[in-house]
Design a protein around this ligand. Structure first.
Ligand SMILES: *Cc1c(COP(=O)(O)O)cnc(C)c1O
Length: 411
């Protein structure tokens, strides 16, 4: 056992002491791999011992543009030297520009800036409920929202109220009512669950945490049709699937549909700070009035400046294109493992869920073995590896990482 450096003037000197410090002072809500990262650039990170790794997780897609993309850090530094926080009590010169540029990029009309992804989802739920009462005429406190099984939308008490993951819920009740769960991918179950009180359908176009689960083509289109026929809002949670990850700016585009509201987060902050947003039409987001919703940090100048730089990076097809090209290559290579230590590979673009065969290592053991080989990724569920390298990764580094995956999982 490494001694915990509990005295404030003793600094940790090696990786095991850093781990002991975390273990002692930080709440145990994560079980990280033993790597202690000290620096990063692009798709590479370096630990406190100077060992380099390939990042095959990319901060759960918060790092789509890699670590410290020069355009993003430059925008952040420039803004750090001007003004970082005003609160929304005053206007500042970045908010309107960020909102206009993000709306133009995504073909929407209005932006509600928040910070974390969970806050964006919470905000979308609140907007949908208010819309249901004000526009649709649902009796107050009666609004229902239909969600999908195996969803992941964040960790607040309301959001875990409609999670189907017992770990995410156990002993966190009492839960928020007003949600109906239907199986992911089953559009007719959604149609059957609609009532005159239904405000919205909330869905991930690709379920990341569930194991990078891609629904059958047509699922989102059917949901769109059901929403149109029943005066119900379609809310696409694109916090992980959006902003280039799947080879499209928004993953909903794979099914040729547009949502009424989208939640964005993760990559919107460029891996620098938490930036999230609900985006959508004026008819819907316009229901909010002053005083009804807010956030001290939401839409702050620094967040907006970084968000604007992210929007600029996404201004052409460069990153989605990289995701498609590199993703096709990655899926070719991973697909070759099916039947050889891997039972299934799912995903879109540079994003894959790899199910490990029963006689293979656990997801945790596979992640650890990969880290030993200099590749950082993390399992989701028990036996699924989630692979999501930054979209800036070179084909050579991608192949190096996939060689390690083949070594660890291949049979
Ligand atoms: C990560 C994630 C969230 C929550 O985002 P946080 O920033 O962790 O609160 C919500 N929805 C989806 C689809 C996500 O992947």
């Amino acid at each position: 056992m490494t001694a915990v450096p509990t005295s404030a003037d003793v600094l940790p000197t090696d990786a095991s002491e850093f781990r002991a410090l975390d273990e002692h002072y930080s709440a145990h809500n994560y079980h990280p791999l033993p790597v202690v990262i000290a620096e990063a650039f692009g798709s590479r990170v370096t630990d406190v011992d100077g060992r380099e790794y390939l990042d095959f997780l990319a901060g759960y897609s918060a790092l789509n543009f890699g670590h410290r993309h020069p355009d993003l850090t430059a925008a952040a530094v420039e803004q750090l030297n001007r003004v970082t926080l005003t609160s929304r009590a005053f206007h500042h010169d970045q908010l309107g520009l960020f909102c206009r540029e993000l709306a133009e990029l995504t073909g929407t009309e209005m932006v509600l800036p928040m910070n974390s992804g969970a806050e964006a989802v919470e905000s979308a739920i609140k907007v949908a409920r208010k819309w249901a009462y004000q526009v649709k005429g649902v009796p107050e406190d009666g609004a229902e929202i239909i969600v999908a099984g195996s969803n992941f939308h964040g960790r607040t008490t309301t959001i875990v109220s409609f999670s189907t993951d017992s770990e995410a819920r156990a002993e966190f009740g009492p839960f928020t009512p007003g949600f109906t769960v239907t199986d992911y991918g089953d559009a007719s179950a959604v149609e059957a669950a609609i009532t005159e009180r239904t405000a919205a359908i909330l869905v991930e176009p690709v379920q990341g945490e569930a194991g990078v689960v891609v629904p059958e083509p047509g699922y989102l289109r059917e949901l769109r049709r059901t929403c149109d026929e029943n005066e119900v809002l379609l809310i696409a949670d694109e916090i992980q699937s959006g902003l280039g990850r799947t080879g499209e700016l928004l993953a909903s585009a794979h099914d040729g549909i547009r949502a009424d509201l989208y939640t964005l987060g993760k990559a919107l902050g460029g891996g620098i700070l938490p930036v999230s947003a609900v985006i959508g039409s004026r008819d819907v987001l316009g229901v909010l009035r002053p005083g009804e919703h807010g956030s001290t940090f939401g839409g702050n100048p620094l967040a907006c400046a970084v968000g604007r730089a992210v929007v600029r990076l996404l201004g052409d097809d460069h990153f989605p294109h990289r995701s498609r090209e590199l993703g096709a290559h990655m899926h070719d290579r991973l697909g070759a493992l099916v039947g050889h230590g891997v039972t299934a590979v799912r995903g879109r673009g540079l994003w894959a869920g790899v199910d490990i065969a029963e006689d293979g290592p656990s997801g945790r053991a596979a992640s650890e073995a990969l880290a030993e080989r200099g590749v950082l990724c993390k399992h989701t569920q028990d036996n699924t590896l989630r692979i999501a390298p930054p979209l800036v990764i070179s084909r050579e580094d991608l192949d190096t990482g996939l060689d390690a995956v083949t070594e660890v999982l291949g049979r």
